[in-house]
Write a protein that binds this ligand. Structure first.
Ligand SMILES: *Cc1c(COP(=O)(O)O)cnc(C)c1O
Length: 368
């Protein structure tokens, strides 16, 4: 095929998509993997055995339950959401963000988000033709109430999203400021509680007070990233609208069965989360004692840190050469300049990271 013909063919691609780059997932083969906020722990053996026994009965020849009724019942029974809460499920909460933007976003609509925050908000805004407005956080990554309120007044966004705790900064925004913004906003406010199991903070019990707030959750960060399951809740009028946009069988039978099974053992995940939080405190303290890096306080299962007086990219590469994969967030001239993010793993994984970090910052990077 001629080059010209090829080019004209791809001219069909909408410019919003042309300008995007696909989400990059690095190869982690052989690495201590601390880049993606995964829970490092497996299930206990007896739990795996029980799961294998029961999964035989799953009917792969049938379409899944479109409303995942048994799973929704389990989520309520475990107390993750208040009794009577209706739920909409997504193939990961990423898909729910997409459903929300397809429903209330689009041409001529704006989504307003504190910056920096979760990258998928901007990506999904762009390919749904929703105008993305990022409002800078303060230097310590707290919400600037006045700036946010002014921005909401100026832009009148259809959607405001708070990751609570925030990714990649790890902190919980001030609750009072969020409540004030909810009252000032004509649009829908999404509280994305992806890290709820590590933070114990939530808006889930206050949803009946607001007609413009939804809470978004995922099972990914608590230990089921491979399953892909997110849920959202809020006033049922909203959920009815989102259900029109959700593809009918988006949650497959294996995910529905396994998530329901796993949540019968929710205590296992809570204990794992507690271990992760204890490790977080320990890693934070050690990082605090290293002059060349500044860790930011975290309510999640990761730690954002800034490199002081040297290039984060060099440290990132140096860690890679020591088989430690973390996340490079460095972008010159932005709030994340010289910042990296490490997920809290098992003790020996965190030690591998801390040892490599200490070794690298105390040697000359140019020797690498
Ligand atoms: C990881 C993450 C998500 C996406 O989670 P999935 O359910 O795995 O799609 C959503 N929001 C925030 C803030 C996250 O950090």
């Amino acid at each position: 095929m001629s080059e010209k013909k090829d080019k004209s063919k791809f001219a069909l691609v909408r410019s919003a998509v042309q300008s995007l780059r696909a989400y990059l997932v690095p190869d982690a083969t052989g690495m201590v993997k601390l880049d993606a906020m995964e829970n490092p722990y497996q299930w206990p053996d007896d739990m795996i055995r029980a799961w294998l026994d029961e999964i035989r009965a799953v009917e792969m020849n049938r379409y899944p339950d479109t409303h995942a009724v048994a799973l929704a019942d389990r989520i309520r029974a475990v107390g993750l959401v208040p009794e009577g809460c209706e739920l909409v499920f997504g193939n990961g909460s990423d898909e729910l963000i997409q459903i929300i933007m397809l429903t209330v976003g689009g041409h001529g609509r704006k989504v307003l988000v504190p910056a920096p925050s979760f990258v998928m908000y901007e990506m999904i805004a762009r390919f749904t033709d929703t105008e993305f407005v990022g409002i800078p956080l303060r230097d310590d990554f707290t919400l600037d109430a006045e700036v946010m309120i002014a921005a909401v007044r100026q832009h009148d966004p259809a959607l405001v999203i708070f990751a609570y705790p925030n990714n990649p900064t790890g902190n919980l925004f001030d609750r009072e400021v969020i409540i004030e913004l909810i009252s000032q906003c004509n649009g829908l406010v999404i509280i994305d509680e992806a890290y709820q199991i590590f933070s114990n903070a939530s808006f889930i019990h206050e949803l009946d007070q607001y007609d413009n707030v939804l809470v978004l959750r995922t099972l990914s960060k608590m230990g089921l990233a491979g399953l892909r399951l997110g849920y959202m809740t809020g006033q049922s009028g909203w959920l009815t609208q989102f259900e029109k946009v959700r593809l009918p069988f988006n949650i497959n039978v294996l995910t529905q069965f396994t998530a329901e099974f796993a949540l019968q053992h929710y205590r296992v995940f809570q204990e794992q989360a507690e271990r992760i939080c204890r490790e977080r405190t320990r890693v934070e303290r050690i990082m605090d004692s290293i002059d060349q890096v500044t860790p930011y306080p975290s309510d999640a299962n990761f730690i954002l840190f800034r490199c002081e007086g040297f290039d984060a990219e060099e440290l990132f590469q140096g860690l890679l050469q020591n088989q430690v994969l973390i996340k490079n967030l460095h972008s010159p001239g932005t709030a994340l300049e010289n910042c990296l993010r490490v997920t809290v793993g098992k003790t020996h994984e965190n030690e591998a990271f801390l040892n490599a970090l200490t070794m690298l910052v105390t040697t000359d990077f140019s020797l690498l």
